[in-house]
Ligand binder design. Structure first.
Ligand code: 3PG
Length: 209
């Protein structure tokens, strides 16, 4: 199923950023998040099993919208799409990754932290962007400042977002959703505590956009 960038940004208020170390964790983790109400999942390409995790979750958790994160070059872009990723997330953007992503056939959510980076993406017609690393790069005041001269851009702030500050991010007119790892931290994943992960997902899914 193909998805639009709009679906990626607006299906849930929170996008879990997932780091999966063991292949057998992939499906129960995705199932726990989806059961809690979070359908749009970002699986980061930070572990050797990440591509196989994307394949399995696509096969076994069909309600999920499965994206690949931490895409930093064209090689991993194509590997992720071959594995079935329905969207792509990158922490930043390079000229070659931007060119490849414009023709890759799936939506991309590229990372930005400055107005010049925002403007470069706007020139290519991209209006949905990840604001990364959100807290370190200026957080809510920075997003408010972007909103003045660059009101046509919608952001997904990620990096340092947590249950306490997420509502304030989501209250901004230029924020569609936030990303974060707090629903599925390594200790809960390693313990296989799927009920607690589902509970956190449900809490996140109930946050208002
Ligand atoms: C990351 O880089 O892992 C994501 O931006 C998530 O950041 P977080 O762990 O601060 O939520």
């Amino acid at each position: 199923m193909t998805v639009s960038i709009n679906q990626v940004m607006t299906t849930s208020p929170v996008m879990p950023v997932m780091v999966i170390n063991h292949i057998e964790q992939a499906v129960p983790l995705a199932r726990a998040l989806v059961d809690g109400g979070l359908k749009v999942l970002e699986i980061t390409l930070r572990t050797p099993v990440a591509l196989e995790c994307i394949r399995r979750i696509k096969d076994e958790v069909p309600e999920a919208i499965v994206g690949a994160g931490t895409i930093i070059n064209t090689q991993t872009l194509h590997q992720a799409i071959d594995a079935g990723a329905q969207f792509i997330v990158s922490p930043g953007i390079t000229a070659s990754l931007l060119d490849a992503s414009l023709t890759c056939g799936v939506p991309i959510l590229p990372g930005v932290a400055t107005s010049s980076e925002v403007m470069r993406l706007l020139e290519k017609g991209i209006t949905a962007m990840k604001f990364f690393p959100a807290e370190a790069a200026g957080g809510i005041p920075m997003l408010k400042s972007f909103g003045g001269p660059l009101p046509q851009v919608t952001f997904c702030p990620t990096g340092g977002v947590n249950p306490k500050n997420a509502p304030d991010y989501l209250a901004l007119s230029n924020v569609a959703c936030v990303g974060g790892s707090w629903m599925a931290p390594a200790d809960l994943v390693d313990a296989g505590d799927w009920p607690e992960i589902s509970r956190r997902a449900a809490e996140a899914a109930a946050l208002k956009k």
